[in-house]
Write a protein that binds this ligand. Sequence first.
Ligand code: DX5
Ligand code: ZN
Length: 220
Amino acid sequence: MAAPLISPSILSADFAQLGEEVRAIDAAGADWIHIDVMDGHFVPNLTIGPGVVKALRPHSAKPFDVHLMVSPVDIYLEAFAAAGADIITVHPESGPHVHRTVQAIRTLGKKAGIALNPGTPAKMLDYLIDEIDLVLVMSVNPGFGGQSFIASQLRKIEAIRKMIEKSGRAIHLEVDGGIDAVTARQCTSAGADVLVAGTATFKGGAGRYAANIAVLKGVD
Ligand code: DX5
Ligand code: ZN
């Protein structure tokens, strides 16, 4: 099994020095940079807007993996694309026409992802799978870092891996929430190839980031 890509969530970084934190995880071996955008409405927390994404863009050349937890979402796609997002992931519940939202992301020249909440079935992907570049399985309810992994999502990861294989398309299968050394292994065994990790990346401070990422990749 290939080592997963690691996309550290900067939600767990020191917000007083975000640029330095992004440079530190880049140097420590992060593959992507996961940016959690929350609107205080779709989820009960407020975080980052396109201005911050733009300000961070010069600090890393790695893909910006932007997870939008915003409703309605369509009106913000262009701003995040212009700010430097490479992958834009949306929740099907965050607008009335998810297929149109995916088309809009791709028209902007960005990769499109669909995020599935723990209660949202894999079946939601049936008529989207041919249009998307990434599926994000939420293994916690979105809104906060530091929550416990919901084990029932492993079955969903397995089911989606089968759907992706059947589609014959190159679609990333990413998991977000409660990832640690143990759950990372469970997710990759179930078929995930990208892991988001906030708490597990940033714990212990900058001196630990490389070791923390190596543990998640399984090369410790
Ligand atoms: C939750 C966010 C996650 C979160 C992960 O809504 O989408 O990206 O930051 O944090 P950990 O890794 O701490 O569970
Ligand atoms: Zn996220």
